[in-house]
Design a protein around this ligand. Structure first.
Ligand code: NAD
Length: 293
């Protein structure tokens, strides 16, 4: 856990995710031994996007390894909104399915808002329905989007102080930037959100003690954007030939940052671990354990 990347300590998402998942595996085994019940996770994929196929396969394999039931619904690329809605309705009605995830992005012809709205909020393990985002905004319990939740778990695992910290989030998407900004603020950080219309983004980023980068731009953030000693979380993931790079130029940033999450092996594994945690949470809420005798 104390690996060092060019000066910065590594925020080792792979190791933290493995610990989180082992804990869930044990809980699932204990619960199954008690009353035979197990969480069920269903993933809906539309089309053949290669990156999506890798993500879906990883999610299914991880779920099965932890002792969950997993279902995969794979629709052809030309499936329309009605077909996707029918698949979601089928899973919504299935008592053995406690979590439903629709792999995004959907083909442009599919109405993504209609599809998300069809997921019952209690089975919405991606936390992307209006209901769960509203719960997050209101500070009420709910299912939190997986990547933001994973980032918070990763920061927590390294004991990063958020209370009173200056945090900057680069990106304001519904999937990552916006919810992680809310979570950091709920953890008592003072949060600035930087986006494409922000003037002098690098100067703002340099004020951050905690910098979360979810811009979707390969190696956007260089050492000049980073305050010495800052905690830098790189959410981006981009394939460049044979290698994967993030939104952070790791080689230069590692020389100034105090902590840096690697790509791969940082936020990616934490996202899957959070999906597993959300599925466990959804399951225990839908199928509460039997009363102690
Ligand atoms: P998105 O494209 O929906 O949003 C990007 C955001 O960044 C936008 O709000 C935009 O305003 C902002 N932005 C873009 N360029 C900018 C710039 N030059 N300066 C300042 N702000 C800028 O992307 P997303 O869904 O939030 O994902 C972000 C990245 O994270 C992508 O690379 C994606 O592949 C990756 N991602 C990784 C995981 C994971 O599990 N590791 C999960 C989700 C997303």
């Amino acid at each position: 856990m104390d690996e060092v990347m060019g000066g910065a300590r590594t925020l080792d998402g792979k190791a933290v995710a493995a610990r989180v998942q082992e804990e869930i595996r044990q809980r699932i085994a204990a619960r199954a031994a008690r009353d035979g019940q197990r969480p069920g996770l269903a993933v809906v994929q539309v089309g053949e996007d290669p990156a999506s196929s890798v993500y879906v396969r990883n999610k299914r394999r991880t779920a099965e390894r932890l002792g969950m039931r997993s279902r995969e619904v794979h629709l052809p690329a030309d499936a329309g909104t009605e077909a996707v809605l029918a698949a979601v309705a089928d899973l919504a009605a299935d008592d053995a399915v406690h979590g439903i995830l629709v792999q995004l992005p959907l083909p442009p012809a599919v109405d993504v808002e209609a599809v998300l709205a069809a997921i019952p909020p209690d089975k919405d393990v991606d936390g992307l329905t209006v209901t769960n985002l509203g719960r997050l905004l209101a500070g009420r319990p709910g299912l939190v989007p997986c990547t933001p939740a994973g980032i918070m778990t990763l920061l927590g695992a390294y004991g990063i102080t958020l209370d009173g910290a200056r945090a900057v989030v680069i990106g304001r998407s519904r999937l990552v930037g916006l919810p992680v900004a809310l979570l950091l603020q709920q953890a008592n950080a003072t949060v600035t959100v930087v986006h494409t219309h922000t003037r002098d983004a690098a100067r703002l980023a340099r004020e951050a003690e905690v910098l979360v980068v979810a811009a979707g731009r390969p190696q956007l953030v260089t050492a000049e954007w980073v305050r010495p000693g800052a905690v830098v979380v790189d959410v981006g993931i981009h394939r460049q030939g044979e290698r994967l790079v993030g939104d952070v130029e790791a080689a230069s940033v590692a020389r100034v940052a105090g902590y840096l999450s690697p790509v791969p092996g940082g936020v990616g594994p934490m996202t899957i671990a959070s999906l597993m945690a959300n599925t466990w949470q959804a399951f225990t809420e839908q199928v509460p354990p039997p009363e102690e005798p």
